[in-house]
Design a protein around this ligand. Sequence first.
Ligand SMILES: Cc1cc2nc3c(=O)[nH]c(=O)nc-3n(C[C@H](O)[C@H](O)[C@H](O)COP(=O)(O)OP(=O)(O)OC[C@H]3O[C@@H](n4cnc5c(N)ncnc54)[C@H](O)[C@@H]3O)c2cc1C
Length: 390
Amino acid sequence: MSTLLETDICILGGGIAGLWLNARLRQQGYSTLLLETATLGGGQSIKSQGIIHGGTKYALHGKLTTAAEAIAAMPKRWRDCLEGTGEIDLTSVRLLSPYHYLWSPGGLVSNMAGFFASKALRGRVDAVKGETLPPVFQSPRFKGKVYRLAELVLDVPSVIQRLSELADDSLIAADSISIERDADNQIACVRTGDLTIKAQRYVLTGGEGNQALQAAWGVEQPAMQRRPLQMVLVKGAQLPGLYAHCLGSSPKPRLTVTTHPTADGQWCWYLGGELAEQGVDLSAEALIKRAQTELAELLPWVDLSACQWATLKVNRAEPAQSGLVRPDSAYVQGVHNALVCWPTKLALSPHLSDLVLEQLQVDRITPSKPQPVHTQAKPAAATPIWDTCF
Ligand SMILES: Cc1cc2nc3c(=O)[nH]c(=O)nc-3n(C[C@H](O)[C@H](O)[C@H](O)COP(=O)(O)OP(=O)(O)OC[C@H]3O[C@@H](n4cnc5c(N)ncnc54)[C@H](O)[C@@H]3O)c2cc1C
């Protein structure tokens, strides 16, 4: 026999977007249920580099768009949360680096001129030298320039863990989900196993899975785009911490490196940027070779001979843009009695929650149902990729 659970808001998908939103809604007194078909954070979130961008990367084009200004507020919002004074208490979350850096191996004057001409960057970039350089750049063989960005890097598994604690009994592990619609194409209910869930509003935060959810519901818009990447992972016991974009000759970072702790006490460099975008169709072996050549050219004093190497294919899921360009703010689209969402960046999850809360206010959806009681299992949190890829 089917059990009916009624809630104010039903969230479909427990990545960073769904989990952050769930925490904010619960604070505001809404009852919520969050359904997850796999593991919490196990989509793009756990595979992200954890950089809380402030938009500096986009200023490599010489300007920040107005929409990109939304991102400028994010580092401070996250820092406040880490310090316990923000909208969500993230004091238990592990900060990997208080700053992300920008490093120029030299000879890129025109690119840097455009970058520093951007007035949006004032007060957000500082040149660092000598002892203030991150240790990895303190080699006498390093000839480039390093700039410190007002951005931070987080251990995403610990963010997911914290948000999962805050979600408490609102989480439901769902083997599969079916959506029933009424004659007006509104979502009538969501079913999983012997549960039927009815909500005032449904929020789709399934990442790449939003497309299948929309198809199950029979709604085509908003359309989604995938941007495929093949990331490179380098694991070693002696790897120095490196959190930086390396500038190349194009407006996109040639390489973006973050460093993550592994369960066996080692460190893992996680390499993105152009390397991951352009390497998407290469075999793992060919991409690893390319990464080895890049690192030998850029950081020849770092000994990587004893390291283990792996690659990871992953898609970024975002609202469709013309020409596969990147969207630069969170995206929330109302469709009948649902909201279809992509944060487009982990860093923008707080912004996504603002947009959802604003929309609920516009639609006069207020807290009215008590938190439903259920006995369903909670979904597990995803295992960090640096512990599964090697
Ligand atoms: C390689 C890489 C590096 C990145 N680095 C950064 C970075 O440094 N900084 C940054 O800000 N952003 C970064 N991003 C972007 C960021 O990771 C994403 O924008 C963000 O994680 C998306 O969160 P999400 O919750 O929308 O999606 P996801 O994390 O993909 O979560 C969606 C969840 O929904 C679940 N789901 C799917 N279908 C269903 C269904 N039918 N029912 C219920 N649940 C479902 C999935 O299992 C998953 O748990 C990066 C992305 C990638 C791929």
